[in-house]
Design a protein around this ligand. Structure first.
Ligand code: ZN
Length: 117
């Protein structure tokens, strides 16, 4: 049991368990808080959990999964609009975003599959 403040608004949240460390406790408090910034953070976390799962289902190479997920995070944050990666002579993988903000990972040439994140 423990009390910890939300990282964004400082509201004290009652955790229903003991966290391993203060930084873990802050993380859990922030994940439970209902302030606007905490909710944006929660949305972001769950988005990337889904994106990671989708990427892991579609790709097998660890370096590629890590690179794609990192890129998707930058696209989500508006730092990168998209990339085209030429991979190992066979695949070209494209990450793009449509006007509604949906992010897509597209495999070109091989299977031609396209996943929406
Ligand atoms: Zn908060």
């Amino acid at each position: 049991m423990g009390l910890m403040a939300c990282r964004y608004c400082g509201q004290i949240i009652d955790l229903d368990f003991s966290a391993d460390s203060e930084s873990d406790a802050i993380e859990y408090a922030t994940l439970k808080c209902e302030c606007d910034e905490a909710q944006k953070y929660q949305t972001r976390i769950s988005y990337f959990e889904r994106a990671k799962k989708a990427i892991e289902e579609e790709f097998t190479e660890d370096y590629l999964k890590a690179l794609l997920l990192a890129t998707v995070q930058h696209v989500y944050d508006g730092k990168i609009y998209g990339i085209t990666l030429k991979v190992d002579g066979e695949n070209t993988v494209k990450i793009s975003q449509d006007s509604k903000g949906n992010i897509f990972v597209t495999k070109l040439f091989s299977t031609g599959s396209k996943i929406q994140l």
